[in-house]
Write a protein that binds this ligand. Sequence first.
Ligand code: AMP
Length: 501
Amino acid sequence: MFNELGLSTKVLSAVEAAGYTRPTPIQAAAIPHALEKRDVLGLAQTGTGKTASFVLPMLSLLERGRARARMPRTLILEPTRELAAQVAESFDKYGVNHKLTVALLIGGVSFDEQSRKVDRGADVVIATPGRLLDHLERGKLLLQQIEILVIDEADRMLDMGFIPDIERICKLLPITRQTLFFSATMPKEIQSLVDRFLHNPVRVEVSPPSSTAETVEQRFVRSGETPKDKRATLRRLLKAEDELTNGIIFCNRKRDIGTLFRSLERHGFSVGALHGDMDQRSRMATLDGFKNNKITLLVASDVAARGLDIPKVSHVFNYDVPHNAEDYVHRIGRTGRAGRSGKAFTISTPMDKKLVAAIESMIKRSVTWLEEGEAAEAAPAESRPRRNERRDSRRDHAARESAAPAEAKAAAPAPAKPVENAKPAESAKPAERPAERARPQPEASTRPHESKGGGEGRRNRGRRGEPDEPRVAFKDTPYVPAFLRRPIEPRRPLKSSAAAD
Ligand code: AMP
C-alpha cells in the first residue's frame, strides 16, 4: 500500500485523488530508498509507473526548504521534449497539494520565458540536455544547489547521442546530491555512467515486457508490397472497425508519416501526425487534440510515440511491421492498458516474413491472420465514411494547427455526427499541410542537435531529426542499439509522396 512507503500526507492524498490504490512494483521498490536519500538505479521501462517512482519521493523531500533565484533544487533530465512535458504534467497531478515552482526547459519554446521562471526560483527543473546547457552557457542557471538529480530513459539518451552532455551536466552538480537513474537496458556505456556518477546505488529492477497483454486482440493482415497497396489495406481496416474510438498508426520511417497522413486526410479521416521534425507547438497541439478526442487517428513514429502517456487507445495499427520485435510489444502496449480491451492490426507484406516470425518468437505465441476479405467484407465501399472518419475537418484542423496547446485544449469538442463525403479540399491548402509545419523551425536553442527534431539527439539521426537511417557507431563496443541493426533501405524518390493516393 502507498501509505507503507514513507510518503508525506500531501503526496498520499494526491495519489488517492489520482485513483491509484496500489504502488506498481517499481514504485514499491524504489520509493522507500529514494526517501532515504539513497542513489537509485532503476531498471524499468515506460508504462511501469516509473515516473511516479521518482516524482512522488521528490515531492515529499521538497516539502522542506525553498528555491533560490537561478538555483533550482532538483533537476530531471529527459531525452525528448514530450517526455519532459509529460513529467511536468505529473508534477501538476501529484503536486496538487504543494506550492512548488516547476520550470520546463525544452527546445522549441521561448527561451526568455523559461529564463524568467528560473530567475524567480524553481524547485524543480525538467529539461532536455541541450536546452539545459544553453541556459547554463548563458549563465542563466546555476546547479550548485541541486539536491536531487533524475536521469530518465538513460539508454535512449545514449541512442540519441546525449551522453557527453549528461557527463558535462553531472560534473557541474554538487557531489553530495542524490541521483535517481532510470534505464530500460544496461549497455556498457550506461553502466560506466552509473559507475562514475552514482554513489553506492540501490538497484531496483522490473522485468521488461516481452509479452503482450491478454486484453489485446492481435491480428496480422496480409497486404501487397507497394505503399499504395498498404494504404488501401489500412483504409479497409479502419472502415471495418466499428469499435474504433481512437487509434495510433505506427510507421517505421518518418518520411512515410507525412505521406500516409495526407492520404488519410484526403480520404476523409480525422487524423494527426506526430514525428520528431515537427515544431514543438504543433506536436503538443496534435497530442492534445488526440487526447481530447478531437483527432481520432494519430500517425506516428516509434521515437515520437514511445513513452507518451495516452491512457485510452482502442486500436493500434502497424502500417509497417516493426524491425525490432521489442518495438512491437511497445506499440501494442499502447492499447489494452489497465485491463481495458484493445485491438492491434499489423499490416504485413511477403517481404516481412522474418520480422513476423521474430515477433511471434518474442511474444511466445502465434498471432492469427485476418482472413482474406474479412476486413473488405465488413467495409465494402471505400467511399462510405464510418464513425471513425473525420467528424468536422475544420475543427480537427484547427486543433492541429492551433498555435499553442492551451488553445487546442480550449477548442470546442467535435460533434459526434459523422460528416458524409467529407471534402478533402478544405484542408488541402498546401501551406496548411503538416508537411509544411513539419519543416524544422528555428529555435532559441543554439545547440544544433536540439534545433531540429524535438530535443532528440544528434548522433544516429536522420537528416532531419529522428534516427531514421542506420549509421555506423559504437564500432568498438559490443552494444549496438536496435535501430542500428535494422537493414538499410534505399531512399524512395521524393516524388512518391506527391503521387500518393
Ligand atoms: P509511466 O510508466 O510513469 O509512464 O506510467 C504509466 C501509467 O501508469 C501512467 O498513466 C500513470 O498515470 C499510471 N500509473 C502510475 N502509477 C500507478 C499506480 N500506482 N496505479 C495505477 N496507475 C498508475
